[in-house]
Design a protein around this ligand. Sequence first.
Ligand code: FES
Length: 92
Amino acid sequence: MAEPLEVTLCMGSSCFARGNNLLLADLEDVIARNAWRDRVRLAGCRCLNLCGGGPNLKIDGRLRQNLDIAAVGELLGGLLAAPGAAGSERTR
Ligand code: FES
């Protein structure tokens, strides 16, 4: 099984106030509803010093900015559906 996707939310004060406070709870819900607990690893980080484009998050190290839960959920769904995706059985 491939490593899970790493989703890291900036928990700095600016990103937190711009929406990551809500995005964290929504992401936990989306992960649970889609049974992605083994496929997505959720973490937080300190300010990335990119506050102006926030709220910021990284997916497998790639910066994503100003996304709402619908956009993040769609992005994760696409990444997890790809052949060889994180946590898929197809990589064996
Ligand atoms: S608070 Fe997120 S980049 Fe600064």
